[in-house]
Design a protein around this ligand. Structure first.
Ligand code: AMP
Length: 265
């Protein structure tokens, strides 16, 4: 199958506005060798994996770490969301099936995910390092990543596991609302818009992501417990796991993460 060329969605979310100078992710979205590394390589590269249940804030942390550690934010969820914006006739049958699985909150099969990541292996080789968000999510994916990194002699520095009680996670996800126009993110109690259902920034209509609906959240949590939670032991056994409490503001959590990483360096 040919490389998946996917355009990066416009990122104007309130959640992500804390990290205004993002490293371009052209190589990741276009699955091509690109010179995007040239703009941000400096010093020792960090190569990190972020773990944690859906809704724990991995994407926000990946953006902050991207800015503070100069390592590119590589999210498989962002790839699938960008692919879902493509015309159906441009999607392969495997990708169409993946879109349906994503809508239901299920995990996409390892083969489809690995094909997407393998086509983007240049991003893993990048001299500026990376922050992987949402990958690996199964032991099969973790094994495939480990083998690739060993073959390429690229060391993974740490796997950060963000910890938060389940009740708090469900409340965060089910209250999340997104603007259909500018993609700003709100929360019905934590960060409500001035007018209910209307975006403060552009006046667009707020909607609930399909996979943030209660029925999908239940499926996503079950998939996490069954498939992703075992990665904690996998990476602990490799001596790579760093546990970080995902409480407080995004900046607090990021500072806690960097302190934990530096104490190991
Ligand atoms: P995320 O934004 O990381 O929560 O990902 C959104 C959705 O994309 C997930 O609920 C899955 O359906 C799919 N997905 C993203 N990354 C993976 C992965 N590594 N393995 C399987 N499915 C994935």
């Amino acid at each position: 199958m040919s490389a998946h060329h996917i355009s990066e969605p416009k990122d104007t979310s309130v959640e992500k506005s804390v990290a205004p100078t993002k490293i371009p992710r052209c190589g990741w979205f276009q699955a091509s060798a690109s010179n995007c590394a040239d703009v941000h390589s400096n010093g020792k590269p960090w190569r990190l994996v972020l773990l944690g249940a859906p809704g724990v804030g991995k994407g926000t942390q990946a953006d902050l770490l991207n800015q503070r550690l100069n390592a590119c934010h590589l999210s498989t969820g962002d790839l699938f969301r960008a692919a879902s914006k493509q015309k159906e006739c441009d999607q392969s049958p495997a990708m169409r099936a993946a879109m349906e699985q994503m809508r239901r909150g299920e995990l996409v099969p390892d083969a489809t995910v690995w094909e997407m990541v393998r086509e983007r292996a240049d991003c893993l080789r990048c001299s500026s390092g990376f922050v992987l968000d949402g990958f690996p999510r199964t032991l099969g994916q973790a094994d495939a990543l480990k083998q690739l990194m060993e073959t390429e002699r690229i060391p993974l520095h740490a796997v950060v596991n963000y910890e938060l009680p389940l009740a708090e996670i469900v409340a965060r996800l089910s209250g999340r609302r997104t603007c259909e126009k500018c993609k700003a993110v709100f929360h019905i109690t934590g960060q409500p818009p001035k007018v209910e259902g209307v975006c403060d920034r552009c006046g667009g209509k707020l909607f609930q992501r399909d996979d943030d609906r209660p029925e999908s959240i239940t499926v996503r949590m079950a998939a996490y417990e069954r498939s992703t939670a075992p990665l904690i032991e996998f990476y602990k056994a490799l001596g790579l796991l760093v546990a970080v409490a995902a409480i407080g503001t995004p900046d607090d959590i990021c500072a806690r993460t960097i302190a934990a990483l530096k104490s190991r360096a």
